[in-house]
Design a protein around this ligand. Sequence first.
Ligand SMILES: Nc1ncnc2c1ncn2[C@@H]1O[C@H](COP(=O)(O)OP(=O)(O)OP(=O)(O)O)[C@@H](O)[C@H]1O
Ligand SMILES: [Mg+2]
Ligand SMILES: [Zn+2]
Length: 292
Amino acid sequence: MSDCSGCASAAPDGSCSSANGCDNPEEIKLQKTLGRIKHKIVVMSGKGGVGKSTVATNIAVALSLAGKKVGLLDVDVHGPSVPRLLSLKGKQPHIGDEIMEPVPWSKNLSVMSLGFLLPDDRQAVIWRGPVKIGLIKQFVQDVMWGELDYLVVDCPPGTGDEPLSTLQTLGPTAMGVIVTTPQGVAVDDVRRSVSFVGEVGNRVLGIVENMSGFVCPDCGAVHDIFKSGGGEELAKEAGVRFLGRIPLDPEVATSGDEGFPFMKVHRDTITGKAMEKVIAPMLELPDPPKVG
Ligand SMILES: Nc1ncnc2c1ncn2[C@@H]1O[C@H](COP(=O)(O)OP(=O)(O)OP(=O)(O)O)[C@@H](O)[C@H]1O
Ligand SMILES: [Mg+2]
Ligand SMILES: [Zn+2]
């Protein structure tokens, strides 16, 4: 049964009060959009700066290079970074009467970010919860995503309005990918993210340990400069899948700064292979059952 609690004409228990099925045009539009997206992957973390945007962007790029139709949605309304990571700064989505076209990065990858709509990305945006929630819903329902194999969402840090309304908008089949760094403090934050996803009623697809070990520019090997393995331990403890470790690699930062996603240019490196391993389970997700 669909959850209609957000609808103006919902029954008190949150079910649809209309005898003829849903008659809320917004809800119908949202469900139609979601029905055309096979897999929804929401990249998040309790902590800032752990590499969520980098990981989300490279997941989306790698899936698109594997021939999948992919949408990348940046819901970081205070510091959208996807346009820069993909050299799409200054691009603008085509906006029609009730619909927006996402910005194409390639034939297989379309992108939507608030960064495309802000006149100046240094401008601080102060929006209250309800506005952010409405905006995220619009970014799903009013953007012409078309038929997608994957919608990858890049969230801001924390367990606040953005990841919450993203999961609620995308519904219970959306899966969280949680990014952490190996250190203990980050691991505590991730523990919170794992329970957060469960409380909203969604599943965690897995945990990624980013900046785990250092790819040495001198010898090319991965050196463990911090204790690694925190993400893996946590995954075991929480009973969720460990997707793998991505080392700290100066090339990852450089390719991000230059707007050439790592997985497009450096796929055949230690770090590229590590990212491939993280992404493999996403490529193997079974198709959802057909509805209707
Ligand atoms: N594996 C890595 N190796 C080297 N640098 C990395 C790696 N992952 C991310 N970085 C760098 O770390 C910085 C932060 O990454 P990113 O912006 O992806 O983090 P974030 O979690 O999205 O941050 P925020 O919480 O601000 O949204 C960037 O400069 C990025 O290039
Ligand atoms: Mg980010
Ligand atoms: Zn070395």
